[in-house]
Design a protein around this ligand. Structure first.
Ligand code: C5P
Length: 215
């Protein structure tokens, strides 16, 4: 059983890479950001404040995985709420088991998020850290949001992105940092095919080394 842990910044391309890698290796895939988005959405829907640790923890404990396929989770407001509920340790604790159970899939699993290689799966065989320059990430995200029909300017997206990066990287609990043994991939000037082939090269080399040490 192999686990590929992908961490990285918002709109760096880690989700696209995660899905493509899972398809390539026949592994299952989990976008863990959706869990935090679902919690943020539940708090907003209840008319409560994502900064309220008690309300957010309750929403995390009551999480219904059915909501993970709801397209509303893609919205900008939900993303901001997600990064606010994600600072609470009780929220992270409530979501831990679901993620670890998912990673124990017999076939192999790809999980992407912010703390997969550091906290959720510290023993993952393959760890990737994906990043890109903020302006390029904001451009991608702006194109995506306007594609869903959201009325939002590039400047607002860039400002939200800076705010979320700051919150994710400076929070006390499971901050976004590359694991010591993570392989860094900068996607600023790379298309998906180039990113995927870089990741496959890294993964194949690690899995082959592991195979050799088993034999
Ligand atoms: O990846 P995505 O942008 O959907 O994540 C939304 C938010 O959820 C992030 O900004 C981050 O605050 C939080 N998150 C997290 N840990 C993860 C995945 C997401 O804290 N493993």
């Amino acid at each position: 059983m192999s686990v590929i842990a992908i961490d990285g910044t918002f709109a760096s391309g880690k989700g696209t890479l995660g899905k493509a890698l899972a398809k390539h290796y026949g592994f299952t895939y989990l976008d863990t950001g959706k869990l935090y988005r679902a919690v943020g959405y539940a708090v907003l829907e209840a008319g409560l404040d994502p900064a309220d640790a008690g309300a957010a923890a309750q929403a995390a404990q009551d999480l219904d995985v059915e909501v993970l396929s709801n397209p509303i989770l893609k919205s900008g407001d939900v993303a901001v709420a997600a990064s606010k509920v994600a600072v609470h340790s009780q929220v992270r604790a409530a979501l831990l088991k679901f993620q670890r159970d998912f990673a124990h899939d017999d076939v192999g699993a790809v999980l992407d998020g912010r703390d997969i290689g550091t906290v959720i799966c510290p023993h993952a065989q393959v760890k990737l850290y994906v990043d890109a320059e903020p302006k390029e990430r904001a451009r991608r995200r702006h194109t995506e949001l306007t594609g869903y029909g959201e009325d939002i300017t590039y400047e607002t997206v860039l400002a939200q992105l800076a705010e979320r990066d700051h919150r994710d990287k400076t929070r006390k609990e499971a901050p976004l940092i590359p694991a010591d043994d993570a392989h860094l991939i900068d996607t600023t000037h790379l298309g998906i095919e180039a990113v995927l082939s870089a990741a496959i090269k890294i993964t194949d080399a690690i899995l082959a080394m592991r195979q050799e040490s088993i034999l």
